[in-house]
Design a protein around this ligand. Structure first.
Ligand SMILES: [Zn+2]
Length: 569
């Protein structure tokens, strides 16, 4: 072959490329261009960039500033971010957004460090709400009381005349006063309801003021119902907090029609500033008959930013009051390993029916037995129905038997951790380690082990159980230390994970869990412009400062849903 014949085609190609470049159609004009930014796209193809161009709520271009600025038109806003970090907006994959928001207006005991402060708050609240027939609210921490068992007498001393019912921070216990017990007719002779326990004085057998799980319902059913306006008010408060923390997508962890009506009302009015995937509450006692009922809800509540395509099943309770279902007995209660809220066969049958009906299944499982039951149920559903890509997930995952760790990746089940719980606070040291013993305690919140198997990790807050701030949770997953702790020894250091893994959990993996990874969750051309600006670069600060980084600006489909007053856009 002569030289010329080899060079010619190259020349032709070069000319063609040049012609193409000159003849390229004019690029679409951006509404907004962010420049001079540290963009982490969470996309494999181009993990970092310096500019983002946005039009019509979607990302037009991500890359270098010169190319982005070619999208500039007469009406384009240019925002110079001065080197600040940009990320896809966060997804909280397990949150009780409306009940949390409603709780903000009730007697809120969240984070109070002593019993005395809790009682003072209850007294003040009662005094400033003289018209309230009931004093309701919650957020008290279990470790403030011996055996996580607060007494009615303490409440009687501050509110003697009206009934009081206050949920624990984890929502699995209720603390009531004598008036509430009397109204509910709960006496020494009352038997524990199925799936619940009335705590009693060990000497007299008289109910002592704490009701676990379903027993709380004996009092709760007497509390006057909230109205639609209360739920909408709660939703507005909850979504404002979420947007402030950089969250634009959530999985509502336990939805009933009251909550769905509130979401739908704001969605119809174009006021919902979150994408909401609602997990529909399934009553385990009703079994497969629930599938038809919630299929109706799924159809009814399909909106713009709202969908209800997920089903929620509670398999057990929580660790501290021994209501989590374990594979082996609690150390301090020989023969008692906790009882699952439904039988394995009933669970398998329910999971199979939900899977067949196309529901994503969202399971609450804390103990190693409950987690194994969930994995078994998903495996059985897959064998019966074939693989249906529904992206089932298990939330909480407090104690996983090591034999079950590889099964998440194998079964395609997402691990929905609440990473803020993964450090040795008093829930762990005072109430959990003593009842599990050291060998099993090694496997508490094994985020690192699950991540190393290649399973998909997603993150949720469980707010109002704990703080909604994803950055605090990310920090704890990275450090395995308290969010306000200085650097030091990690709790079960093998289970730490890196920052990248956790950012993926709250962005791209969240979008995947919601079946929306092709429309959001990464910063790439064509994706929705759901993004946040942070005041510092998470990758260059010490890990113990991650939780203190501030979200300055939150965009949902290119529109600001939160702006920090210090940020001038
Ligand atoms: Zn929850």
């Amino acid at each position: 072959m002569s030289k010329i014949r080899r060079v010619l085609p190259m020349l032709v190609a070069a000319v063609a490329a040049l012609t193409l470049a000159c003849a390229a159609p004019p690029v679409e004009r951006a509404d907004l261009i962010l420049t001079n930014a540290l963009v982490r796209t969470m996309a494999e193809a181009r993990p970092r960039a310096e500019a983002v161009a946005i039009a019509g709520g979607r990302i037009l271009y991500v890359g270098d500033a010169r190319e982005a600025l070619r999208r500039r038109g007469g009406a384009t806003r240019i925002v110079d971010l001065d080197g600040r970090m940009v990320l896809p907006a966060f997804q909280d994959s397990h949150v009780h957004l409306i009940s949390g928001g409603v709780g903000l207006a009730q007697c809120d005991l969240t984070g109070l460090p002593t019993k005395a402060e809790v009682l003072a708050r209850v007294r003040d609240y009662a005094a400033s709400h003289r018209d309230a027939a009931w004093i309701t609210g919650g957020g008290w921490d279990l470790p403030l009381f011996p055996q996580a068992n607060p007494r009615k007498e303490d409440l009687d001393a501050v509110v003697p005349d009206r009934p009081v019912a206050l949920d624990s921070a984890d929502g699995h216990s209720s603390w009531v006063n004598s008036k509430a017990l009397a109204l509910a007719g709960i006496t020494r002779d009352t038997v524990d309801p199925a799936g619940g326990r009335i705590e009693r004085d060990p000497k007299t057998g008289v109910p002592s003021g704490t009701l676990r799980e379903s027993a709380a319902g004996l009092v709760e059913k007497l509390v006057p119902d909230l109205g639609p306006e209360d739920y909408i008010k709660g939703l507005r408060a909850g979504q404002a907090r979420a947007n402030r923390l950089g969250i634009t997508s959530i999985i509502e962890a336990n939805a009933d029609p009251d909550l769905l009506d509130a979401y739908a009302a704001l969605d119809r009015g174009g006021e919902l500033t979150l994408r909401v995937l609602a997990s529909l509450h399934v009553d385990p006692d009703k079994g497969v008959s629930e599938v038809q009922r919630i299929s109706g809800l799924r159809q009814k509540y399909a909106g713009q930013r709202l969908k209800a395509t997920s089903a929620k099943i509670f398999v057990d309770g929580v660790m501290e009051p021994h209501t989590a279902a374990l594979l082996a007995p609690y150390v301090d209660r020989p023969g008692d390993a906790g009882t699952p809220l439904l039988e394995p066969e009933a669970f398998d049958e329910l999971a199979r029916a939900l899977d067949l009906a196309g529901f994503q299944i969202h399971v609450h499982a804390i103990g190693d037995r409950a987690i194994r039951m969930a994995l078994d149920a998903f495996a059985a559903a897959g064998r019966a129905n074939g693989f249906r890509d529904l992206r089932h997930h298990i939330a909480h995952l407090e104690l996983i038997d090591p034999a079950d760790i590889p099964r998440f990746a194998r079964l395609g089940v997402a691990a929905n951790f609440q990473p803020l719980w993964a450090y040795a606070d008093s829930y762990i040291t005072d109430l959990t380690l003593p009842i599990l013993g050291p060998a099993r305690s090694r496997w508490l919140y094994p985020i690192g082990s699950v991540a190393r198997t290649g399973a998909r990790i997603v993150g949720g807050s469980d707010w109002p159980v704990s703080s909604m701030n994803p950055l605090e949770a990310i920090q704890v997953a990275v450090t395995r230390r308290a969010p306000d702790a200085p650097p030091g020894e990690a709790w079960i250091p093998e289970e730490r994970v890196d920052l990248e893994t956790m950012l993926r959990a709250y962005t791209v993996n969240g979008a995947w869990l919601s079946h929306e990874e092709t429309s959001r969750g990464t910063l790439e051309a064509g994706q929705a412009a759901d993004l946040i600006v942070l005041d510092r670069d998470l990758f260059t600060i010490p890990a113990w400062e991650i939780g203190r980084v501030k979200v300055l600006w939150t965009l949902l489909e290119g529109r600001a849903v939160f702006r920090d007053p210090s940020f001038r856009d």
